[in-house]
Every structure is written in structure tokens, then in C-alpha cells.
Write a protein that binds this ligand. Structure first.
Ligand code: SF4
Length: 388
């Protein structure tokens, strides 16, 4: 895969609020007409600005819950994308779907639209966990959706699973992985349940109603996950991502390789690097404001920053250490002007002695399994400007 741009569409609708979630979404909107109109306008706007400069290679509908949109709405959005961007090189079109939306008619409609990859918000195969998280679906539907997705012809799909759920017996997590692999799910994204600010879960923790899982227990579930899935033929190719051979997520690769990506929709982020400085911007995190700005043909911008080579180098180290392909020191020097073998040679040696990185081969730095559990602190120790 080359590193042409990716396109992300943020669909900000959910039927109810999951207790842990801090993404931008609304639960009150009955009509999606105004949003779809605004999104198509933004796609046209971004297509004129950026689509003319680079074809896109991946499309990703995220949210929120993209599967809250009708097939006819998605059809209109895809038409806008095809009009505004060069889509002749598109390799993957992913849509996030929740189990309760996955009727056979809906799934068949997605196939007709050319969606060729699904990311299914399963989170757990146990009612206890799903109730705790305030998910809409139940355990029965979590299992059913996998065969429905296959029946509709999707061979490329991922499921999300969450570990570190307070009060969850250890055997539940092992059983979640067992069920997923017994269904031969081609791709899994596993996330540690984090307590984000301004969420119902944070509120429960603050009131002493829930005790978060300790870092040690979460790390041990994570290590268990790596071992369990690796033994069953999954590549652990990024901290949260496991794939059967040939099923890595192409869109997410854009984020980890500093490729360009354009985000449309409220709260969406974009990154564009064609000569220095690179640019990163985010959209307004408010649906009404987003729609109002686009009705006036104004870009729905909230923040924009310019990134110099030093910041980009730090980001690149952080992003690449998350991946099993690792941090290529030659590329870091050639593209970012940082020679880590000179700047952090002692730290690299200490990390290797401590069993946190593998011995460097062919200029590639890769985390060990222990290093993966401490990814953030290993990264901090390797940033060129960090103190010894
Ligand atoms: S986790 Fe997903 S479905 Fe739940 S509130 Fe957040 S965006 Fe919506």
C-alpha cells in the first residue's frame, strides 16, 4: 500500500450514551437531513482544497454510530465523496456498526454501496458487562451479529472488545477472547476501559460507586490477550489491534505512518503534510454550529496548528512504537532529521537491558511484550528532547 490520503467521516448520532464514552455524539436528533446536507458541503469544500492535491486510498465512517444513518443517506454521502475526491485508488471502505442496527436488509444495503469492511461495536459477549457499559445490545445479539455480517458477505470485519471492566471476573475476559476466536473473527481491536472525564462512569467513580481496575490487573489482562491471540494465529500489529494475516486495517495505518488524512463532520481531526510546516486541524464539536457554518459555506474549524519537524519527529516516534513494524531509525533520520542512535544511544541501551525493547535489527526499534504494557513511558524516554 502506498501512503495516499485517508478520508474520515464522523457521524455524531447514538441511540443512547454508553457510560464510558467521551466521543462527540448526540442522542436527541430525530432527523439527519440537516447533518447530511452539511457533511456533503464539507466534503465538497475539503475536496476542492485537498482532494485535488492527492487521491484518497481509504474511507472510514466512524462516530458516534454511522449505522444510525439510513442507506439512502450513506448513498448520498458516498456520491459526494466520489464527486469531490479522486476515489479511483480506494482500497478499503470501513463503516462502524452497532449490533442492534445490523439487520440483513441494512447489511445488504451496505454491501450494495461498496462498503467492504465493518467495525462492529461488540465490546463484550456478556450481559453483565454490556449492562455496566449501558450498551443497547445484549449478549445474544453480540454473537448473532457475527454470523449475520458473514451471511451478508462481509469477510473483512473487526470487532471491538473492552477489558479492564470493573467487577468483571477474570474468566469473563478470557471467555470473550475465546468466543471471538471461535467465530474466527478476522480482526479484533481490544481497549482497556479508561475513565474519561465528563462521563457517567467518571461520575460513578467519583461518588465511590465503582472502583476502577488497577493498572497491574489491566496490564495482566493485556498481556494475557497478546499471548492468547498470538497463539491462535493473530498478528499483534498495533497496541490495540490484532489481525489474521491479510486483515490489518488499512485506514488506521494512515494515522500510524503520518500519511495525510482529512476528517469531515463535527469534532473530526485532519492532518496534512505537503512541505513544512505540516497542518493539523479539528472541527467544531457541536452539531448545530457545524451545520450553521456549512450552510454559510464556512469551514467548520475549531483549531488549527502548524507542526514543525521537531514536533513531527516526536509524534512519529510515538506512533511507530505502537506498531509491530516498529520505529525505523533510518526513516527517522531521513524524513525527520533525528538520529536517535546518537541522541538517545544510552537510553536505547537501557531499554534493551531492561527488556522493554527488542535488540535493534536493521535499524528497527520494536517493543517487547513487556514494553507494550509500558508503551507511553518507553516513548517518553526516547523522545529526543527528554532529559536523561
Ligand atoms: S461508545 Fe459508541 S455507541 Fe456508545 S455512546 Fe460512544 S460513540 Fe455512541
Amino acid at each position: 500500500m502506498s501512503d495516499l490520503a485517508g478520508l474520515y467521516l464522523h457521524i455524531p448520532f447514538c441511540s443512547q450514551r454508553c457510560s464510558y464514552c467521551d466521543f462527540y455524539f448526540v442522542t436527541t436528533e430525530k432527523s439527519h437531513t440537516g447533518f447530511v446536507e452539511a457533511l456533503c458541503r464539507e466534503i465538497e469544500l475539503r475536496g476542492n482544497g485537498y482532494g485535488k492535491r492527492e487521491p484518497i486510498e481509504t474511507i472510514y465512517f466512524g462516530g458516534g454510530t454511522p449505522s444510525q444513518l439510513a442507506i439512502s443517506d450513506l448513498d448520498r454521502i458516498i456520491d459526494s465523496i466520489n464527486d469531490a475526491f479522486d476515489t479511483s485508488n480506494v482500497l478499503e471502505t470501513t463503516l462502524e456498526i452497532n449490533p442492534e442496527d445490523a439487520s440483513s436488509d441494512y447489511l445488504n444495503g451496505l454491501r450494495t454501496l461498496g462498503i467492504d469492511r465493518l467495525s462492529v461495536g461488540v465490546q463484550s459477549f456478556f450481559d453483565r458487562d454490556l449492562d455496566f457499559m449501558n450498551r443497547v445490545h445484549d449478549a445474544k445479539l453480540a454473537k448473532q451479529v457475527i454470523s449475520d455480517v458473514r451471511k451478508a458477505g462481509f469477510s473483512n470485519f473487526s470487532i471491538d472488545l473492552i477489558f479492564g471492566v470493573p467487577g468483571q471476573p477474570a474468566e469473563y475476559w478470557a471467555a470473550n477472547l475465546e468466543i471471538a476466536q471461535s467465530f474466527e473473527v478476522p480482526h479484533l481491536s481490544t481497549y482497556n476501559l479508561t475513565i474519561e472525564s465528563a462521563t457517567p462512569l467518571k461520575n460513578q467513580v467519583d461518588r465511590g460507586l465503582i472502583k476502577p481496575v488497577s493498572d497491574e490487573d489491566a496490564a495482566s489482562q493485556f498481556t494475557f490477550t497478546i499471548d492468547y491471540l498470538r497463539e491462535r494465529g493473530y498478528e499483534h500489529y498495533e497496541i490495540s489491534s490484532f489481525a489474521r494475516p491479510g486483515h490489518r486495517a488499512k485506514h488506521n495505518h494512515k494515522y500510524w505512518s503520518h500519511a495525510n488524512y482529512i476528517g469531515c463532520g463535527p469534532s473530526a481531526h485532519s492532518f496534512w503534510w505537503k512541505g513544512l510546516p505540516a497542518e493539523r486541524w479539528s472541527n467544531v464539536r457541536n452539531l448545530k454550529k457545524y451545520e450553521a457554518l456549512l450552510m454559510q459555506h464556512v469551514a467548520p474549524l475549531e483549531d488549527k496548528e502548524q507542526l514543525g519537524l521537531d514536533t513531527l519527529a516526536d509524534e512519529y516516534i510515538l506512533l511507530r512504537l505502537r506498531t509491530s513494524d516498529g520505529l525505523n531509525l533510518q526513516e527517522l533520520e531521513d524524513r525527520y532529521g533525528v538520529d536517535l542512535l546518537i541522541e538517545r544511544v544510552d537510553e536505547l541501551a537501557h531499554l534493551e537491558e531492561g527488556g522493554l525493547i527488542q535488540p535493534i535489527r536493521n535499524q528497527i526499534v520494536r517493543l517487547t511484550d513487556l514494553g507494550k504494557t509500558l508503551c507511553d513511558s518507553v516513548t517518553a524516554r526516547l523522545l529526543p528532547d527528554s532529559s536523561d
